[in-house]
Each structure stands twice: as structure tokens, then as C-alpha cells.
Write a protein that binds this ligand. Structure first.
Ligand code: ADP
Ligand code: F6P
Length: 331
């Protein structure tokens, strides 16, 4: 193996730059040439790539976003463009590709592997929704951004005796909501994995405000409900003053936390080594704090269970007198 390439794909995540830096410097230390492909699979099919050296990645470890840019590339769903991408890599003499991205990006990588291109994928998404790995690069930073926003929101909500809805990202998964909700002591955590009842939420909120609470934080995953619509409904249903914040892209940018910087550095180096060891078609992730290399086919079979114990703990800790459980069933 003489020459490899790296790309970032899908939603950007803090720590992707640290991952690129680790890949580039590990490759160079292993006497490999390393190319950076711009704009994910879009750049690949347009042959938009440059050779990288050590100084290409100087000063980026603490920067959010990705210096290689990223994209959601519709064309790459088509076999024609997958073959075009594989041909370009072959023509360039690239013997292995490292993809940094989420659940979608890994599928693109699998298509290239099926066409004979050795690939490994590093998990990079704030959602932490990838099968087969405990952690994804960017999740910890996003969770910290939510916690720090909630701290500010609680101050102002409390000053007005308001309940505050905070809608967070996560697509179809409630991991950002759960991890941030537990860490900031949210009174309610709404996630797509646990059907909830708006009626129960309204009743519980009313009870708590009548009992003298000066504020209440409702973390609402975007996959569980629409924060704005929920706020309007609650306002109509109760006489509680509600303020709603859609946190949006503030969760996706910014300096990666120490944890994300470390994870990205470790997985970047492990990915290069995996290619050198002849691994292909594999996710390079973590399980119980250890680096694992898992074939895509096996990773796909794993369905990460919803962390119900943690959810129960958050509900118990966050709800005064245990009236904060808003599950549709089980009360
Ligand atoms: P993420 O990787 O963050 O989950 P997406 O789901 O948007 O983001 O996927 C990123 C890109 O990966 C897509 O825009 C597409 O180019 C590629 N991709 C996703 N799914 C497939 C697939 N089934 N086949 C080929 N390429 C795919
Ligand atoms: O997958 C990361 C993520 O930020 C999700 O949490 C969110 O639903 C989605 O990407 C937003 O994507 P876009 O940048 O295309 O609006």
C-alpha cells in the first residue's frame, strides 16, 4: 500500500478536523502518500482531490467543521457514479480510502468496497446513531453545547416563571436529548424511542408549576416532536408561560471537546493502521472504551438498544415527586 485518501461526508461534526489531522500524520509517519478529497462523494466523482502533507493539517485540531468540506451527494446513490468514483481512485493509484461520516456515508463506502476499493469508515456524526460503535466523533461536543445553552435558558426562564422547551438535533435518534438532558437536569426529556403523551406532559407541568417551580426544562429531540408546535399546544392547553428555543446548528459547530479531539485522534490513527493491516469494508469504532474494527455487514446487523436505564434515571432525577414521567404507557 503506497497511497491512500480521506474524505468527510454527510453532516459535519466537531472533531472531523482532528480526525483528518490524525489520518494525515499517521499516513505520513507510515511512509504513505495521502490525498484529501473535497466535498465527500461529490468531490470524489469530480476528481476533486489534493495531496496533503503535515502542514496541510497544522492548526486545525481545535476547529469545528471540516477543512475538506462535506456534502450530501445524491448522485452517489446510483451505481454509475459509484463506479465512476472507484475508477477515479484506481486511476489515481489510490490503494485505500478512509471515510469519516455517519450511517449514510458508511453505505457509500460499502458500495466502493464492493467495487474492489479497500475502505474503512470512522464514525463522525453528532447524532451518535451508528450501529456497532458506542461513540461517534462530534456527539460529546454537541451534548456540551446543549448543556451550556440550557444553563442560559434556565436563567431567563426562571426569571419569568416560565417553562422552556429546547428542541435539539439527532434526526431519528434521541441520544443528544438523553445525554444532554441527564447532564443538565432537565425536568422532561422527549425522545423518539419513547412515545410520550402531550396530555400527561401538560398535566405534570401544571402540577409542578402550581407546586412552586419557577422553571421547567423540556428537552425535545427533533425526532420526538416539533418544539414550536408543542410549545403552542401547551400554551393553549395550560395557562403556563412557555418559551421555546430551537437550538439548531449551534449544536454542530464549534471547538471539539477534549473527548472528541481524543477520540478523533485515536480513531484516525487506527483507521490508517487498519488499512495497512489489510482490513477493508470495516467500521473503526469503539466498544466499552476500546477500539474495534467491525465489518460493515456485522455493524449493520447490530441494533444499538435504547438506553432505557439511563432514561429512567433521568426521569427519576428530573421530576419532582415523580410526576414527570410522560410516557404514553407504563404509568
Ligand atoms: P450521514 O453520513 O451523516 O448519515 P447522509 O445520510 O446524508 O449523512 O449520507 C451522506 C452521503 O453518503 C449521501 O449524501 C450519499 O452521497 C452517501 N450515501 C448514503 N447512503 C448511500 C447508499 N445507500 N449508497 C450510496 N451512497 C450513499
Ligand atoms: O446528522 C446530523 C444532523 O445535524 C441531524 O442531527 C440533523 O437532523 C441533520 O443533520 C440536519 O441536516 P442538514 O445539515 O442537511 O440540515
Amino acid at each position: 500500500m503506497k497511497r491512500i485518501a480521506v474524505l468527510t461526508s454527510g453532516g459535519d461534526a466537531p472533531g472531523m478536523n482532528a480526525a483528518i489531522r490524525s489520518v494525515v500524520r499517521t499516513a505520513l509517519a507510515s511512509h504513505l502518500e495521502i490525498y484529501g478529497i473535497y466535498r465527500g462523494y461529490s468531490g470524489l466523482i469530480e476528481d476533486d482531490m489534493v495531496p496533503m502533507n503535515s502542514s496541510s493539517v497544522s492548526g486545525i485540531i481545535l476547529r469545528g467543521g471540516t477543512i475538506l468540506k462535506t456534502a450530501r451527494c445524491k448522485e452517489f446513490f446510483e451505481e454509475f457514479y459509484q463506479k465512476k468514483g472507484a475508477d477515479i481512485l484506481r486511476k489515481r493509484g489510490i490503494d485505500g480510502l478512509i471515510v469519516i461520516g455517519g450511517d449514510g456515508s458508511i453505505q457509500g463506502a460499502e458500495k466502493l468496497t464492493n467495487l474492489g476499493i479497500p475502505t474503512v469508515t470512522m464514525p463522525g456524526t453528532i447524532d451518535n446513531d451508528m450501529h456497532g460503535t458506542d461513540e461517534t466523533i462530534g456527539h460529546d461536543t454537541a451534548v456540551n453545547a446543549v448543556v451550556s445553552a440550557v444553563s442560559r435558558i434556565r436563567d431567563t426562564a426562571s426569571a419569568h416563571n416560565r417553562a422552556a422547551i429546547v428542541e435539539v438535533m439527532g434526526r431519528f435518534a434521541g441520544n443528544i436529548a438523553l445525554d444532554a438532558g441527564l447532564a443538565c437536569g432537565a425536568e422532561y426529556i422527549l425522545v423518539p424511542e419513547v412515545p410520550f403523551s402531550r396530555e400527561k406532559l401538560a398535566r405534570s407541568l401544571k402540577l409542578q408549576m402550581e407546586a412552586g417551580r419557577t422553571n421547567s426544562i423540556i428537552i425535545c429531540a427533533e425526532g420526538a416532536d416539533d418544539g414550536r408546535a408543542l410549545g403552542d399546544w401547551l400554551k393553549e392547553r395550560t395557562d403556563i408561560d412557555i418559551c421555546t428555543t430551537i437550538l439548531g446548528f449551534i449544536q454542530r459547530g464549534g471547538q471539539p471537546t477534549a473527548r472528541d479531539g481524543q477520540l478523533a485522534s485515536i480513531l484516525g490513527a487506527a483507521s490508517v493502521r487498519a488499512l495497512l493491516d489489510g482490513e477493508t469494508g470495516a467500521l473503526v469504532g469503539t466498544k466499552q472504551g476500546k477500539v474495534i474494527i467491525l465489518p460493515y455487514a456485522e455493524a449493520k446487523k447490530i441494533k444499538e438498544p435504547f438506553r432505557e436505564q439511563l432514561y429512567n434515571l433521568a426521569v427519576m432525577l428530573g421530576a419532582a415527586q415523580n410526576d414527570g414521567d410522560v410516557r404514553e404507557t407504563g404509568l
